[in-house]
Design a protein around this ligand. Sequence first.
Ligand SMILES: [Zn+2]
Length: 43
Amino acid sequence: MGKKQRDCVTCGAPVGYLDRQYCCRCWRRLNEQAAKAVLSASA
Ligand SMILES: [Zn+2]
């Protein structure tokens, strides 16, 4: 029984981190969106 690799919940790509639900691309994209949301909210 090998450890099952988690898939990105957004695009289905394999995620290299067990504690993440998104792949590197989606995770970065979400971070950028969150940053923009924070900036727009504070402005
Ligand atoms: Zn993804």
